[in-house]
Design a protein around this ligand. Structure first.
Ligand code: NDP
Ligand code: 8X3
Length: 251
């Protein structure tokens, strides 16, 4: 069977990086994206032992950069079978009346507009070929709202709406659309949310065994292995210690 081409945004860390590692050993060639070029280069060297890898370094907030990076892909890489919209982060955890406008812009621009920009450049190839699979990484924050989660939750509720909209719009083309909505996954996520405060970041996972990027990668592998007539539409996944966005059973 021909290898499928998967484009992963946010492949420099966490869920995206773990997914790149896992898919490299499956039947996939990889387009790895992120801003940190040195990490992309290192991952390319590592994974090239298993499969063909190319990298694209751009900021998903910059539509012109997204457009030109994808336009400059060599023809053989343009037939993208799987788009994994994973790039995203929370910035801050503040009440609505004191939140930072800069943080709000980052979350809306990266998690919502960035996902749209990449999708706009990749999906037309899929509709033309009448084939493809889009996997959007949402969050439990796109299903439930928690105190001080306000704008991050809004951005992930938007991802949920966009995923459902995509599934409808792309239905005539036989394109699969999946959303995966994790609870607590220990990655660089909380370090970014708390602006480098590693102690506060670690406290989020204290007394529990959180999910790891690898757990989400395994789910992505499973989703991609489904037969042609099967699509896993919407998956929510928690660590066993978590019962809802804010219900965590700590030791
Ligand atoms: P990480 O911080 O470990 O990874 C985030 C990734 O997104 C990095 O590769 C980063 O790459 C990329 N990224 C961030 N901003 C931009 C940007 N402006 N342009 C391009 N790429 C960007 O976090 P996770 O792996 O945990 O997060 C991945 C996804 O999972 C996110 O959408 C997050 O919202 C979601 N999620 C995470 C959960 C968790 O608990 N960790 C739970 C539920 C959902 P670089 O900095 O190199 O650009
Ligand atoms: C990340 C999970 O609970 O921090 O999306 O919002 S949470």
């Amino acid at each position: 069977m021909d290898k499928r081409i998967a484009l992963i945004t946010g492949a420099t860390s966490g869920i995206g990086e773990a997914t790149a590692r896992l898919l490299a050993s499956d039947n996939f060639e990889l387009i790895l994206c992120g801003r940190r070029k040195e990490r992309l280069d290192a991952l390319k060297v590592e994974l090239s032992e298993h499969t063909e890898v190319t990298t694209l370094s751009f900021d998903v907030r910059d539509y012109e950069a997204v457009k030109s990076a994808l336009a400059l892909l060599p023809t053989r890489w343009k037939k993208i079978d799987v788009l994994i919209n994973n790039a995203g982060n929370a910035h801050g955890l503040d009440p609505i009346h004191t939140g930072s406008v800069e943080d709000w812009d980052a979350m809306i621009d990266i998690n919502v507009k960035g996902l749209l920009y990449v999708s706009r450049e990749v999906i037309p190839g899929m509709t033309e070929r009448k084939a493809g699979h889009v996997i959007n990484i949402g969050s439990i924050a796109g299903k439930e709202i928690y105190t001080n989660g306000n704008v991050y939750c809004a951005s992930k509720f938007a991802v949920d709406a966009l995923t459902r909209g995509m599934r409808m719009d792309l239905n005539p083309f036989g394109i699969k659309v999946t959303s995966i909505n994790p609870g607590l996954v220990e990655t660089e996520f909380s370090v970014v949310r708390f602006k480098g405060d590693t102690t506060r970041a670690a406290s989020i996972y204290k007394g529990i065994e959180p999910l790891r990027g690898e757990d989400i990668a395994e789910i992505i592998r499973y989703v991609l292995a489904a037969p042609k007539h099967v699509v896993l539409a919407d998956i929510t996944v928690f660590p066993t210690a978590q019962g809802a966005a804010t219900l965590v059973n700590r030791a």
